[in-house]
Structures are given as structure tokens and as C-alpha cells.
Design a binder for this molecule. Structure first.
Ligand code: BDP
Length: 687
């Protein structure tokens, strides 16, 4: 057990769950090992049947299985069985229904082949996590049309902020050689409903658009197609200059538009179901339409015309260029809000979960709900660039449900959740997959890939329910194991928040690698790259005043939401220092001063890492030796580094506050200079 099998291990069920071996059911028809097919064969249907065979054989271990599963397209259901098409009519591609029929057979019904595949995975998931004897009646309809991975992978196999080895895409050997892992990748993604993949870094190399690379991409697209996965490319906006020899990339220049149109035609000739382009423009040095005095909408719409109704242009809202006077978190809203309604129908605006940059905790991005005439997509990061990479255990299901469930305060009755705002767009997850044998750099990071897919499929799922089904399939179905593991996972992200950036602090990471603490850093070229810009700690207090008296970033939220965050005495303290600059002796809701509360939260985070170590140690009997030890080793590192985060941060803030440590708090073992001098140029993901 090295983690390669992910959540698709299909460990044998025991005793009572062996119902599918029961020889009581007798049926005729074209039957193969328990699966009866009522659909035309296709590559996708064959994969579904093979997956059922594989899963059932492994789960049930019974020699002569009876035909107990009917895999049927709704247009092939007649007579009494036709009733099972109900609820599926007109639903989104991939929808399926699972039902126990009167004769005891289990039906997997769908309007399309991909629905049959999703339904097969859905049934196998159900069998592994619920009682296999339960009567089934489940209608599964995807919440969002686009459920995409975003790989930040470069053609040379380096991965931007990637911590799981090299890129899994072996461009050099493509198209002649297709790594078999590509099939395992497609299968794993299909099993959780992911239906597209952007294969390269948003800081895109123009080489990806050359004929040589289009041929490579075609080979991947052909391999992924039966799994319902479309390929997309990140594109560099200046490609007409770099590849086309044009002297401009101005989106309003007809020569530029013609170049993109012919490039799109070339791609679609090779890949008829190509998904489209993802664009990072005028952000962190990337070229874009503003280089020519044009707007983001001008740029996106030009590409949308080139693609036409064949695909989608996904335009990222991650733009900022602030000065010491402006507040970085306000910039994307200021840039994009006025463009609402100006984007073509096949453009989707992709917005990060928070207005800053994938921090351990941020309030939701104010653009959600504020652009009712624009299709929106939520971008989250599986990679944990700011949450201890692949080393620290932090389950992000809780972070993503927090943002999906957040009420933006917009909409008819002032109730419109972030999940509601993305129903015509989708979710994108910056992928944590790499060439590591366990895919994600650690076993528990697989849960973030899994949770992403499950939430993009059903945004109303609870983080704990997802954790439970993941852990049951990945490790063990033992209830004791599951209870403890789900609790660990549930608490893990808050622990990281506490020991890195408690009380609403953000962006306190060291320069370059974003791994360790650097709250003192204040000498970087751009003001908004500096941790000190965000913590604003000095003798008078700490925190970023984003109320009306300060930057008024609060004013970008609906009034009902803004008012909830405007009073430091009553607001949710998880966002306290995000929105407020407060004197060190300000009384928080616990009765402690801000300074005391800050230290208490750092300590709470550290304590949690020790608790997780103890909890995991007690689970050793339920987990195979290799994976047990891998996790135990990581938890040890996490506990040590949580302490480092706490000590370094407490030293720094004590020096700003000129305060003594609160009574009972342990003094950091080193002075501030010692922490400041630590340097890790060899940290993964260093830039
Ligand atoms: C930042 C990363 C940087 C990415 C950028 C992005 O540090 O490497 O290129 O996000 O999202 O957090 O484009």
C-alpha cells in the first residue's frame, strides 16, 4: 500500500454486506458477471462495465455472481422500468439514477454514456461506504457544468508551487508514448465527476500552442475522452507576437483576432471537443489587453469569438497592482465589477475563493454575487501553497464549504450563496497531483483532490460527509477509525489557521517559498508582497483597517454582509484582524486582550498538532504499516513546524507591541534575529 490506488481500493466487504453474491435472483438476457447492459456499447460504456466488474469482484469476492446490476440508458428503458427515467429528463450531462428494482436488481440509469460511468462509480462508492444491503434510490445531478482541474505544470515538467514531484504530463515523450498513468489519472478524475483539465500553468509558455504541442495534446485528449474529460489550455496573451510574428497582441487589431481564430481552428481540427482557453492576463507580469489600453472584456471577447460555440474562455480575475496607499484586496473588484454584462456568453470569470491569494482563511471574494450578468467560476487551491504544502495535514473540505455556503447578501431576498453564483460556471481546483507515487505528495492530500471533485459535483455536501466516505474508501471502514479520522480532518485546517495566521491575519509567509513564517518581511519590491503590509503591527496595534475609516474594502460587500464585519466587538473573530486595526489591549470576546488572544490561538494551533499525532498513533491497528508511518512522519514535522510558526510570530509581534508575554505563555527558545535569519532556498516550490 503506497497510496497509488487512491480511494479506488475496493477492499472486500465483510459478512452481512455480501448480498450481491446471493444466488436468489435469476435473470435471462445478455449477462456478464453480474452486469446486464441495456445500452449501445461505446468506449465509455465499456469502461463502466469493466469498472463494475473490477469493483464488484474485489468487494464481494464471490465466484459466481448473479446478474444483479442493470446498466441502462434511459432511452432503452421500457415498460415498468421506464419510471426510473423520471427525474433524469432534461438534466445536465452525466446525471444518473441508482435504484433497487422490484426484482432486487440494482439499476444504474442515465441519459448518456458518461452518466452510466459516473453512476457505476457512484454505486461502487455507495457499496463501500453505506450498507450494501440498503435499498437504493438516488438521483445524482451535477450542481455545476464545469468541474476542472487546473494544473500549474510547465512543459519541462516543473510545477509552479507544486509539491508532489514533477508534472504527471510527460510532454517530451508525447505523442508517441502515452504513459499508462494517464489512464489511471482519467479514471480517478472520472470517479469523482471531474470533467475537464487545464493541462498547463497559468503563467503559460507560448510553446503550448505550437503544432508540436497540439499533437501531444491530441494524444491526451483521445485518452481522456472516454472518461468524459475535456482538455483545456492556459494561453499566453502575447502569443500572436511570440509565435505568429505579429508586432502586436492588441485584441482589437484584426490581424491579432485572425491569428487566434486560425489557432483555434487548428486546435479544433485535432481535438473536436477541446474545452477552451484559460487566461491569466495583466497579472504578476503576464501580458494582457491592458498593454494596449484595452479592457479585460476586450481581451476575453476576442478570444471568445475565435473559439465560438465550440468551447469556453475562462478569464481569471486574479489581478492586482497596488501601491502603499491602495489595498490589494480591493483591486480585482474595482477592475471587474464595471465589466459586468460586457463579457460574451462563452466567457467565464474565474475568481479565487478570497480576495487575496489562497490564504489559510480569507473572507469570500466580494465579486461573488456582485456580477449577476457574468458567468462565474470559483477557483480553489488544492496545492496548499500557503498551508504547509504537502507536509502539513490540512483537509480543505471545510475551507471550501465555508466559502460555498457563505451568503453574499446579494440576490432577491438578500440570500445568495457563493455556490448559487457559480451554477452557470463551475469550480476549478489548482491541482496537487504530481509524479509522486501517492499522487499528491502525502496520503491525506489525496482527500483534497477527492473533496474538490465531490463538491464540484454537489456543492451542498458536508465536508465531514466527504471526509468520511474518502477515509472509508482510502483506509478503513472501521467506525472507530472513521470517527477519529474525520475529527482530525475536520479540525486540521483550523489548526493551520491558528498556528500560521490566527484572528484574520494573512500573508505572513516568508519570501520565495511561502512555507515558513516571515511576519517581519518589509523590504520587497512591491508593497503588497510584504507580510508587514498585511499585519500592520506597531506599538499602537495590529491588523488592517478595512472599515470606512480605513481602506473600506468592506464597502465592496453587500450591506448586510459588511455590517456583520464592521463592529470588532461583535463580529466573527476569525476575520477580526482582516477587517480591523485594533490596539493590543482591545478586549476580545473571550475577555482576553488582542495580544493575549493572539498568543492563545497560536498555542491552540500547536496543541492541536500534538493531539493529531496522538489520535493518529491510536489508529495504527487500522492502517497498513507503510501509509501509517508516512502519515506519522508528516505529523511529526507538522508539530515541529507549527511550534516554529508560533515562536517566530510571537517573537515578532512581541517586539512590535513591546509587550511581555501573556501570563503562562512559554517564551520562544530563540530571539527574533534567529528566526529572521532562517532561510530555505531549497524549499519545494521556491521561486
Ligand atoms: C500565487 C502563486 C503564484 C501563481 C499565482 C496565480 O504564488 O505562483 O502564479 O498565485 O494564481 O499564489 O496566478
Amino acid at each position: 500500500e503506497d497510496g497509488y490506488d487512491l480511494w479506488l481500493r475496493y477492499q472486500p466487504l465483510s459478512g452481512a454486506s455480501q448480498s450481491l453474491c446471493d444466488p436468489a435472483v435469476d435473470l435471462s438476457g445478455p449477462v456478464a458477471q453480474g452486469v446486464q447492459l441495456q445500452a449501445q456499447r461505446s468506449a465509455t460504456v465499456d469502461i463502466a462495465v469493466a469498472e463494475l466488474h473490477r469493483g464488484l469482484a474485489s468487494l464481494f469476492r464471490c465466484e459466481s455472481q448473479k446478474p444483479t446490476i442493470l446498466l441502462a440508458r434511459t432511452d432503452q428503458l421500457s415498460g415498468k422500468e421506464a419510471q426510473f427515467s423520471e427525474g433524469l429528463r432534461g438534466q445536465m450531462a452525466g446525471s444518473y439514477r441508482l435504484a433497487t428494482m422490484a426484482d432486487g436488481r440494482i439499476l444504474i440509469a442515465a441519459n448518456d454514456d458518461i452518466g452510466l460511468l459516473y453512476g457505476s462509480f457512484g454505486l461502487l462508492r455507495h457499496l463501500q461506504t453505506d450498507s450494501a444491503n440498503q435499498k437504493l434510490d438516488q438521483l445524482a445531478i451535477p450542481a455545476l457544468p464545469l468541474r476542472l482541474l487546473n494544473h500549474w505544470d510547465n512543459p519541462d515538467r516543473g510545477v509552479e508551487r507544486g509539491y508532489s514531484g514533477e508534472s504527471i504530463f510527460d510532454w517530451w515523450h508525447l505523442p508517441d508514448h502515452l504513459d499508462p498513468r494517464m489512464i489511471d489519472y482519467a479514471r480517478a478524475n472520472a470517479s469523482i465527476g471531474i470533467n475537464g483539465t487545464v493541462v498547463n500553468n497559468v503563467n503559460a509558455s507560448p510553446i503550448m500552442l505550437t503544432p508540436r504541442y497540439i499533437a501531444k495534446l491530441q494524444r491526451l485528449a483521445d485518452a481522456f475522452r472516454p472518461y468524459g474529460i475535456r482538455v483545456y489550455l492556459s494561453v499566453r496573451f502575447s502569443s500572436p507576437r511570440e509565435l505568429g510574428g505579429l508586432d502586436s497582441a492588441d485584441p482589437l487589431d484584426p490581424k491579432v483576432a485572425a491569428w487566434w481564430k486560425s489557432k483555434a481552428d487548428e486546435i479544433y481540427a485535432a481535438i473536436p471537443d477541446f474545452g477552451g482557453f484559460l487566461v491569466k492576463a495583466n497579472s504578476e507580469g503576464q501580458p494582457g489587453p491592458q498593454d494596449y489600453g484595452r479592457t479585460h472584456a476586450d481581451g476575453a471577447n476576442m478570444l471568445a469569438t475565435a473559439i465560438g460555440d465550440r468551447g469556453t474562455v475562462i478569464w481569471r480575475a486574479f489581478v492586482y497592482q497596488s501601491s502603499a496607499e491602495t489595498d490589494r484586496v480591493k483591486l480585482a473588484y474595482e477592475e471587474f465589477k464595471p465589466l459586468d454584462g460586457k463579457f460574451a456568453d462563452n466567457v467565464i470569470l474565474q475568481v479565487k475563493n478570497g480576495p487575496l491569494d489562497f490564504q489559510p482563511r480569507e473572507p469570500f471574494h466580494p465579486l461573488f454575487g456582485a456580477m449577476p450578468h457574468t458567468r462565474m467560476m470559483l477557483e480553489v487551491q488544492q496545492t496548499k501553497e500557503y498551508l504547509g504544502f504537502a507536509t502539513h495535514l490540512a483537509y480543505l473540505g471545510t475551507m471550501w464549504t465555508e466559502v460555498l455556503d457563505a451568503n453574499t447578501g446579494h440576490g432577491k431576498n438578500g440570500h445568495l450563496t457563493v455556490a448559487d453564483t457559480i451554477v452557470s460556471g463551475g469550480m476549478a481546483g489548482v491541482s496537487n497531483i504530481g509524479s509522486d507515487r501517492n499522487w499528491s505528495g502525502s496520503h491525506f492530500d489525496q482527500a483534497n483532490w477527492y473533496a474538490f471533485g465531490r463538491l464540484a459535483w454537489d456543492t451542498s455536501l458536508s465536508a465531514d460527509a466527504i471526509a468520511r466516505e474518502w477515509a472509508a474508501q482510502t483506509f478503513s471502514r472501521n467506525p472507530q477509525f472513521l470517527n477519529v479520522t474525520v475529527k482530525m480532518m475536520h479540525d486540521s485546517r483550523q489548526a493551520v489557521v491558528d498556528y500560521m495566521t490566527p484572528l484574520g491575519l494573512a500573508h505572513q509567509m516568508a519570501t520565495g517559498h511561502h512555507y515558513g513564517p516571515g511576519p517581519w518581511v518589509n523590504d520587497l519590491e512591491r508593497p503588497e508582497w510584504n507580510p508587514a503590509y498585511y499585519n500592520r503591527a506597531d506599538k499602537s496595534g495590529i491588523g488592517f483597517d478595512r472599515t470606512k475609516n480605513g481602506s473600506d474594502a468592506l464597502g465592496q460587500y453587500a450591506p448586510s454582509v459588511a455590517s456583520g464585519w464592521s463592529d470588532p466587538h461583535t463580529m466573527d473573530e476569525d476575520y477580526l484582524l482582516w477587517f480591523q486595526h485594533l490596539p493590543w489591549n482591545f478586549r476580545t470576546q473571550s475577555g482576553r486582550t488582542v495580544w493575549e488572544e493572539l498568543v492563545a490561538r497560536y498555542d491552540r494551533g500547536v496543541a492541536k498538532t500534538h493531539e493529531m499525532q496522538r489520535e493518529w498513533a491510536a489508529l495504527a491497528p487500522y492502517v497498513d504499516a507503510q501509509r501509517y508511518q508516512d502519515v506519522a512522519d508528516d505529523l511529526k514535522v507538522q508539530a515541529r513546524e507549527a511550534q516554529w510558526w508560533r515562536d517566530a510570530s510571537v517573537s515578532y509581534f512581541a517586539s512590535r507591541c513591546e509587550c511581555d508575554l501573556p501570563a503562562g505563555a512559554t517564551a520562544p527558545p530563540h530571539d527574533l534575529q534567529w528566526y529572521e535569519a532562517l532561510n530555505f532556498p531549497d524549499a519545494p516550490g521556491h521561486k
